[in-house]
Structures are given as structure tokens and as C-alpha cells.
Design a protein around this ligand. Structure first.
Ligand code: CDP
Length: 244
């Protein structure tokens, strides 16, 4: 949606006071769902999200199983009370199906699937409160949940969105920016190789703007990755203290 009446940047500041390359604050709380293999709760700006991972277990229904490798199934869902917009009341909508699909694809490329033939791994992402960037927050949070579940991965992916307002490239779009910006690009990145695991794009950017946006995302990734690793590390320190 484009709307020239809404001024998303004035005097170099965004509506919430952030600089163009500034992320919203975030925190990750590990292992919040006791029955899951691994889980995490994440706050990213006003987004509040829980991710939980189950499996590997028997793939059901059976015809969904692959005898050579595990299959990843993801269900991303927004709680009906998660935002002011009307959604969630009738279960999965088209958007939730899309986000579930792209999230599963991110993990299909990272999890060592051939170690678990014939099984399924389930990722559940529940959005309790939303304010733009929930797919990025969901992937970032699910990445921690997957690692906590002990399922081997090639890397610990993080995700963030970048975009454009007028000629300015911006990082981590909130809902208003997502709705009214000139471009938004959710990205998931594998930090060990800086390779891209997800790239969606709404709007247009010049090559230079795109390169600047990628650089911004990767710089932000250092902060996000550190937060993910700190959340994982805190669990091992806690376990160690318990059994000492
Ligand atoms: O959350 P994300 O930016 O990944 O997805 P989006 O489809 O670009 O949606 C942007 C934001 O609009 C969401 O984070 C929600 O805050 C809001 N939204 C909503 O409240 N209800 C919907 N049915 C769709 C989006």
C-alpha cells in the first residue's frame, strides 16, 4: 500500500524516533513451553511471539513421510487478539499459509534432514502481539527453539526486514512502515556464510539501495545472532549449575 500523506521519515527520524538503520529493541527467553523439544519467547519491538519445536517423530499422515529424510512442517498463526486488524478468527488464512511455507523452507535448508529419515519435525509459531516483521521474528525465535531441541543444523539462522521510504533505506520495519513504505524485504540469513535463506520483496529498489539494505541487515544480524546465542548459552549454564 502506498500513501504519500503519511510521512514515515522526517528530519532523518522515523515515526517512532528511530534512525533509518536502527532496530527495535528485542529480547529472547529460552524454553518457555515445557512439553516441547525446544521453545523460545521473543519480544521484538511490539511483537510478542512463541516458537516451539516438536520431533523428530513419526510423520503423520504416513503419506507425508519421506523415507530418505525428515520433513519439516510449520504452522505460523496470529492470535485473534494480536493486532487491531481483523484476522485469525477463521483459522489459517492465505497469509498464514504463506508464512508457514516460507518458514518451513528456511529450516529445510538448514536442518540435517537426512539424519532422521521417515520422520517429521514440527515448528509452531504463535504470534501473541504483532506490529510488523512477525515472519522475521518468528524465524529468529524458531531458530533458537530448534537449537534448544537438539536437532542438528548447519547454522543458526536469523531474520530481519529491510525496506525503503522515498529514497531512504530502512531497517526493521514496523507495521505502519510495512504498510506504507515503498519497498519491504524480509530476509533470513545464515550468519556463518552470510548466505540468504529467505528473500521476499514487495516494491522496488535500485541495485545500490538493495546492496545498502543487505549490508544493513547483515550488520543488524550481529546483534540478533548474539542475542540468540546468549539465549542458548543461558540454558547450558543453568543446566550446568543444576547438576553441579
Ligand atoms: O508481520 P510481517 O511483516 O512478517 O507480515 P505482513 O503480512 O507484512 O504484515 C505486517 C503487519 O501487519 C503484521 O505484523 C501485523 O501487525 C499486521 N497484520 C495484521 O494485523 N493482520 C493481518 N491479517 C495481516 C497483517
Amino acid at each position: 500500500m502506498k500513501n504519500n500523506d503519511i510521512k514515515l521519515i522526517s528530519n532523518g527520524k522515523r515515526l517512532d524516533g528511530r534512525a533509518p538503520n536502527e532496530m527495535r529493541s528485542m529480547k529472547i527467553v529460552p524454553n518457555v513451553v515445557k512439553n516441547s523439544g525446544g521453545s523460545a519467547y521473543m519480544e521484538w519491538g511490539k511483537n510478542k511471539i512463541i516458537a516451539a519445536v516438536y520431533g523428530p517423530g513419526e510423520a503423520l499422515p504416513r503419506h507425508t513421510a519421506n523415507p530418505d529424510r525428515a520433513v519439516i512442517k510449520c504452522r505460523y498463526m496470529m492470535a485473534p487478539f494480536s493486532s487491531s486488524e481483523e484476522h485469525g478468527r477463521v483459522g489459517m488464512n492465505r497469509r498464514a499459509i504463506e508464512i508457514s511455507k516460507v518458514t518451513a523452507e528456511v529450516f529445510e535448508n538448514i536442518v540435517l534432514l537426512d539424519q532422521f529419515p521417515g520422520t517429521e519435525i514440527n515448528i509452531y509459531i504463535e504470534v501473541l502481539q504483532s506490529d510488523g516483521g512477525t515472519r522475521a521474528a518468528g524465524i529468529t525465535c524458531a531458530s533458537v527453539a530448534m537449537a534448544l531441541s537438539g536437532i542438528p543444523m548447519k547454522d543458526l539462522p536469523y531474520a530481519v526486514s529491510v525496506g525503503k521510504v522515498g529514497e531512504d533505506v530502512i531497517l526493521d520495519l514496523d507495521k505502519l512502515e510495512d504498510n506504507y513504505s515503498d519497498a519491504d524485504v524480509p530476509l533470513a540469513i545464515l550468519p556463518r556464510t552470510d548466505s540468504v535463506a529467505l528473500l521476499q520483496m514487495d516494491g522496488e529498489m535500485t541495485k545500490k539501495q538493495f546492496n545498502d539494505a543487505m549490508a544493513m541487515a547483515m550488520e543488524a544480524g550481529k546483534t540478533i545472532s548474539k542475542l540468540q546465542k546468549d539465549a542458548l548459552r543461558s540454558q547450558y549454564i543453568e543446566q550446568e549449575q543444576k547438576y553441579r
